[in-house]
Structure formats: structure tokens, C-alpha cells
Design a protein around this ligand. Structure first.
Ligand code: SF4
Ligand code: SF4
Length: 298
């Protein structure tokens, strides 16, 4: 089983459009595919793949403090030491604000009467879905205002790998989170190949560069896709040279195509919505290049 992660270093470059298209094309071309969405703050791959929920479970990815008011003697020491302003005093006594607490445990150490507990909290979800094309997908979701995105990503990947082994999948195709922080690093961990999606703008070039430096640090082979390549030819030319310079494999370029927007509005992936559109044809060529690259050992 080959694990491919699609990242961009920045949101809005077309990463999910590429991921959904590659998963659908893999399935259409006879590969046994499993898809996963590790954009745990805003997962929407299931919308483009028309996923139907099969099962859902809550997970605990961080800890928070809680005060036992029966034991508390209102000394206020916990509030003094909390660097996150997570402990508040009201008429009912001292209490922890769940949104602010980082679970560092300092309040528990200073409490003279052992009134504070640090407990795991339910703050993530893992959902298994069946796509309308029949292949399975796994989606992770971090609850609003919660921390621990990297841990949710790691859980999604574990679940997706388990599922991929169960169905004897050829390809595990993972939509990575935007940015190049903890969640993005967790998403590429253990991958066989990374696909970076960028567009010809200064911001996208800068952000994909950060992501590529991480991918190279881990020694993972990677390819580059330039989306909307025709909106700024000079920058596209710079991106091509940059990809070559950093050792990326040029997988292809996608033209700006309003059919992609129509597909998204209709909760569909472009390769299904309009297979004869310029963007869908480009994605078909990119899929062929990806398969050829993987067959030649990445
Ligand atoms: S665990 Fe840390 S962040 Fe949470 S309330 Fe205690 S001191 Fe503040
Ligand atoms: S340190 Fe303990 S006893 Fe003092 S206010 Fe906080 S919870 Fe209450």
C-alpha cells in the first residue's frame, strides 16, 4: 500500500480538489483506494466525495483542569499561577474555563488541598464514511476552540491505515491540513510520497516552500502541481524553476477553470462533474504522471 499526502503550505490553493480528483481517478482506474481527510479544523473532502457516514467515534486528544468545589478553600493560588488566564472567580467560587485551559497542570501542583484534577476531555471526532463511488474514507474533526490538531491527525492516519490494510488497498490518499505546523507535519509522517499543490502567487510560493523544506527534512519524495498556472505566467515560470531546484517532480499544471467552482458549488469533484473540462483533463494527466512516478520508485 502506498500512502500519498496532498499538502499546500497554504489554504485555498485547490488541495482538496486535487485530493478528491486523485482518489476518484484511482478508483476509476482500477486501484483499490482509501481516502482520508486530515484537515481537522475544516474537513470538507467528504463533501466532494459525497461521503455517507458509516460510523463515528469521539476521541480525547488533550487534558483540562477541573476544580472540585467541595474541596476548594478559595485560596486563589491556582488563579495566580495560571499563565493562560483560564481560572476565574465568581460568586460560586473558582472555576476553570475550558476554552482557555491548556492542561499544563501547574494549578494542580500549587493547590494546597488537592482540589484540582487534570482529565482528558472529549474534543475530537473520527468518522468513517462510504463515498458515492464505493471506496471508504476516514475524516477527523477537532471540536471548536480545542487544541490538539496534530494528535487528531495522527489518530485519523492510524484509523485510515487500519482500514486500508483491511480492504487491502493499493493507495491511501490523504488530504493534508493547510499550513506547515504541527498538524501538517503529523499528516506527512510516514508517507511514501507527498504531492504539493501551489499556485502562481508570492504567498503560495512562500508557503509551499516552507512545506517543501519540511518534506525534504523527512526525506520523502515529492511532486509539485501548479494550479491556475495561467493566471500569472512569470510566477509560474519561477515556480517551475523552483520545483526543479529543490528536487521536486513536476506532476503537472491545472488551468484556471470556472467549472471547478461550479463543481464545488454542486458538492462534486471536477473529474466527476465535468470530465471534459480543461481542469479535469489536466488532472487526468497529473494522475497518469503520478502513477508513472510511483511505478518508477518515486
Ligand atoms: S492546567 Fe494550566 S492552563 Fe489549565 S487552568 Fe491549570 S494552570 Fe491554567
Ligand atoms: S488552589 Fe485549590 S484551593 Fe486554592 S482556589 Fe484553587 S482550587 Fe481552590
Amino acid at each position: 500500500m502506498i500512502e500519498i499526502v496532498i499538502v499546500s503550505g497554504k489554504g485555498g490553493t485547490g488541495k482538496t480538489t486535487v485530493t478528491s480528483s486523485l482518489a476518484l481517478l484511482a478508483n476509476k482506474n482500477g486501484f483499490k483506494a482509501v481516502a482520508a481527510d486530515t484537515d481537522v479544523d475544516a474537513p470538507n473532502l467528504a463533501l466532494l466525495l459525497n461521503g455517507e457516514v458509516v460510523s463515528k467515534k469521539t476521541i480525547q486528544v488533550s487534558e483540562k483542569a477541573s476544580i472540585d468545589r467541595e474541596k476548594c478553600n478559595d485560596c486563589g493560588k491556582c488563579m495566580e499561577v495560571c499563565k493562560f488566564d483560564a481560572i476565574r472567580k465568581s460568586d460560586e467560587g473558582y472555576a476553570v474555563s475550558r476554552l482557555y485551559c491548556e492542561g499544563c497542570g501547574l494549578c494542580q501542583i500549587v493547590c494546597p488541598v488537592d482540589a484540582i484534577d487534570i482529565k482528558p476531555v472529549d474534543n475530537g471526532e473520527i468518522t468513517i464514511l462510504k463515498t458515492s463511488s464505493g471506496f471508504p474514507m476516514v475524516m477527523g474533526h477537532l471540536m471548536i476552540g480545542e487544541s490538539g490538531s496534530g494528535k487528531v491527525v495522527a489518530e485519523v492516519k492510524e484509523e485510515a491505515r487500519k482500514l486500508a490494510r483491511e480492504v487491502n488497498a493499493d493507495l491511501l490518499i490523504i488530504d493534508g491540513p493547510p499550513g506547515s505546523g504541527c498538524a501538517a507535519i503529523a499528516s506527512i509522517s510516514g508517507a511514501n510520497f507527498v504531492v504539493t499543490v501551489t499556485e502562481p502567487t508570492m504567498a503560495a510560493k512562500h508557503d509551499v516552500g516552507r512545506m517543501i523544506s519540511i518534506v525534504k527534512h523527512f526525506g520523502i519524495p515529492f511532486g509539485v502541481i501548479i494550479n491556475k498556472f495561467d493566471i500569472f505566467p512569470e510566477m509560474t515560470s519561477e515556480l517551475r524553476s523552483y520545483a526543479k531546484e529543490v528536487g521536486g517532480i513536476m506532476l503537472g499544471e491545472i488551468p484556471a477553470d470556472e467549472n471547478v467552482v461550479r463543481a464545488v458549488v454542486n458538492n462534486s469533484s471536477i473529474v466527476e462533474y465535468d470530465p471534459s473540462s480543461p481542469a479535469a483533463k489536466a488532472l487526468g494527466r497529473i494522475f497518469d504522471n503520478l502513477v508513472e512516478t510511483l511505478n518508477s520508485g518515486g
